[in-house]
Design a protein around this ligand. Structure first.
Ligand code: AP5
Length: 215
């Protein structure tokens, strides 16, 4: 199964990608996690991406296409994959289609900006693993410590209120047009729009039902 998870920042793409990955036994390709790893390692890509990420802007298309292309060609992706955070522009979607990897389904998560702001302001992450928590909806067992390693959790730099607003604006301007792009396409993946309002297990159950119905 080759899937795309689409949606605004903080809608729960990463959370759902992990649940679907465990169910479908295919890897998650999270472009955000890949970029954060590149920034932490101080690579050329990381240095070029850092300003865009910290200001809530998108990293240039060609850099993202090159990054995803190399990852999709890896052996573990031959059984399938879940793309979390790519494509994010129509140009990226066209490039993905031109790679000819045969994405079967786009799952587009929808949520109001007000709920998104609450989800992002309560998010804490374990940087080394990418595990994600929420102070109310998915708290760690011990305050601000990762459940598995016991290491401290941190808040992402781009989760500050000002940058969240910038990310939402960028989403509405540059990524939302992908909903019509995929919904109006006469060929290519099927696009399903799903409310992400319920808790994570409820949203996961909706996505599984859609994928069952499609297979
Ligand atoms: P990226 O890391 O992809 O950020 P994002 O798309 O803004 O998404 P988030 O990771 O913030 O949120 P999410 O939807 O995964 O939500 P989560 O599951 O964590 O990208 C970061 C930056 O990298 C971009 O701004 C850009 O600069 C760059 N970039 C990345 N890809 C790019 C691309 N293709 N092109 C160009 N630039 C790119 O959940 C959020 C919180 O809510 C958590 O606390 C979670 O526990 C909680 N939660 C989740 N689901 C629920 C639920 N159902 N109910 C209650 N709480 C929930």
């Amino acid at each position: 199964m080759k899937l795309v998870l689409l949606g605004p920042p903080g809608v729960g793409k990463g959370t759902q990608a992990q649940l679907l990955s465990a169910w479908l036994k295919v890897p998650v390709i999270s472009t955000g996690d890949m970029l954060r790893a590149a920034v932490a390692a101080g690579t050329e890509l990381g240095q070029a991406a850092q300003w865009h990420m910290n200001s809530g802007q998108l990293v240039p298309d060609q850099m993202m296409v090159d990054l995803v292309k190399a990852r999709i060609e890896a052996q573990d992706c031959q059984v399938g994959f879940i793309l979390d955070g790519f494509p994010r522009t129509v140009q990226q979607a066209i490039a993905l289609s031109e790679l000819g990897v045969g994405v079967e389904c786009v799952l587009a998560l929808k949520l109001s900006d007000a709920v998104i702001v609450r989800r992002l302001s309560g998010r804490w992450v374990h940087p080394a693993s990418g595990r994600v928590y929420h102070t109310m909806h998915h708290p760690p067992q011990r305050d601000l410590l990762d459940d598995v390693t016991g290491e401290p959790l941190v808040q992402r730099e781009d989760d500050c209120a000002e940058t969240v607003q910038a990310r939402l604006e960028v989403y509405h301007q540059q990524t939302e047009p992908l909903l019509s792009y995929y919904s109006n396409a006469t060929e290519g993946p099927l696009c399903h729009q799903v409310s992400a309002q319920g808790d994570a297990e409820e949203v996961h159950a909706q996505l599984k039902a859609l994928l069952h119905a499609q297979s």
